[in-house]
Design a protein around this ligand. Structure first.
Ligand code: HEC
Length: 145
């Protein structure tokens, strides 16, 4: 019985691998990109790109485990949601009021350690922000308002 259940689970794991996520990044118009438009110091630009852009831009980098269902579905969901709420690749298209509000959210979320998501920093060691880096990002976001 136990053996049978294990076989069924294994078979299901194999079958779900057929349902792959779409990893095509939508085209990037550099003239609308947050980093292009705000030209932060290199350090901030690198932080944003390595810590936020995977979920909040059209420049997502997909590591190997994004090939493995069901983890891949879960990650894709984060990316879709992340982009919907805040997309640095289309920053230039935001109305001033919306952009201002997003900036406020950015420093609030980074300050409160809500962003980047914990589940992301577990696997992306290099996205774990030090207190100093958090401070730097918060100061930068605040300065833009
Ligand atoms: C692993 C993916 C991921 C990473 C990395 C990430 N975010 Fe998010 N972010 C999300 C998701 C998903 C949401 C949608 C809200 C929710 O469900 O929690 C969100 C929401 C937000 C919001 C709220 C926008 C709104 O108006 O509702 C802000 C602001 C934000 N993120 C900023 C950042 C910043 C700044 C970084 C980098 C320091 C970052 N995020 C890194 C996934 C991510």
């Amino acid at each position: 019985m136990v053996k049978r259940i294990i076989y069924i689970i294994l078979a299901l794991l194999v079958i779900i691998q057929l349902f792959r996520i779409d990893k095509t990044n939508p085209p990037v118009d550099a003239s609308q990109d947050f980093v292009q438009l705000t030209s932060p110091p290199t350090e901030i630009a690198q932080l944003l790109k390595s810590v936020c852009y995977d979920c909040h831009s059209h420049e997502t980098v997909y590591p190997w485990y994004t090939n493995v269902a069901p983890v891949s579905w879960w990650i894709k969901d984060h990316i879709d949601h992340g982009r919907k709420h805040l997309n640095f690749s289309v920053w230039g298209t935001y109305e001033p009021k919306k952009a201002d509000h997003k900036l406020e959210e950015c420093y609030e979320m980074v300050e409160a350690k809500d962003m980047p998501l914990n589940s992301y920093t577990w696997v992306h060691g290099n996205a774990r922000l030090t207190d100093a880096q958090r401070e730097q990002l918060v100061t930068w976001f605040k300065g833009l308002r």
